[in-house]
Design a protein around this ligand. Sequence first.
Ligand SMILES: Cc1cc2nc3c(=O)[nH]c(=O)nc-3n(C[C@H](O)[C@H](O)[C@H](O)COP(=O)(O)O)c2cc1C
Length: 328
Amino acid sequence: MKIGNIELGDTPLLLAPMEDVTDPPFRYVCKMFGADLMYTEFISSEGLIRDAAKSVKKLDFDEIERPVGIQIFGHNIDSMVEAAHYAEEAQPDLIDINFGCSVKKVVSKGAGAGILNDIPKMVKMTEAIVKAVKLPVTVKTRLGYDDQHREIVDIAEQLQDTGIKALSIHGRLRTTKYSQPADWTLIGEVTNNPRMHIPIFGNGDITSAETARHLIDTYGVDGLMIGRAVYGNPWIFKEVKHYLTTGQLLKKPDIHERVKIVKIQLQRSVDWKGERTGILEMRKHWGNYFKGYPNFKPFKLRLMSTESHQEVLSIVDEIEQYFSEEGK
Ligand SMILES: Cc1cc2nc3c(=O)[nH]c(=O)nc-3n(C[C@H](O)[C@H](O)[C@H](O)COP(=O)(O)O)c2cc1C
């Protein structure tokens, strides 16, 4: 399976872009476990053009992450084209357009999933970006704006006609809350539409190797994009791949493996952002990595109250010792 000239193998597994989660240190550990294609967190086109430090920093990626896509969002076509040029200079493998973000402050400006309210503009913006850059352009979007506009089958055809090289579809509407399950029916319709020839990646509620198998078999997607199930769980890529090829479930990683991986992410976080910010950025990950471990709370409180790399490392060593004695 290919996006432009990028070879991704059969049924690739993609890491979904997630603001404040899928930064380079976390992407590194996902890559270790076999993520086939990863994206930066979404980057504001206006921020990039203004050279805002936060947006520019999000362009960072490590060579080892390749193939990697830079994802941009915005409501203004000229700004999006300019931002796509800017992103291209960072030399990723592709540029992805975010037409899926449902956060109010993004949607209210007509960006992200807000543009699902104006399909002609969505198509025009995509066309302009495809024309402006040499890299392959992909799109990530949802099923439609709301229940009266479940238009993805038609939207997918129109986007394909602009020259995009792949489409990721999150099985929710702009208005669907995360509390409602993703609906893959229309994703299947897009995949099975004989007019479609670009790869279609399905996204939404892939929680395990078995779900992955079921969704591939039922909806025939070309690949899967995994989001929240990677929280504290970069192993999921290896688990899914192993299950898809052998039908066997892998054992869950033990405490030693968890500690090994979390230390790699921690080190990269400190290297990338400096000690203080690197440690702060890790705070959202601790609970995820040790979810389900009884009596983890006192360790977590200590991890949340230090800004010293050395101290974090010694707490993590204590965690490993404590839970290996517990036999976890
Ligand atoms: C914390 C968080 C941040 C997200 N940030 C982005 C983003 O920057 N770009 C994007 O296209 N989607 C973003 N999403 C949506 C995810 O990429 C994905 O489409 C969604 O979570 C559904 O997949 P899942 O059920 O596997 O989590 C975000 C989701 C979450 C939970």
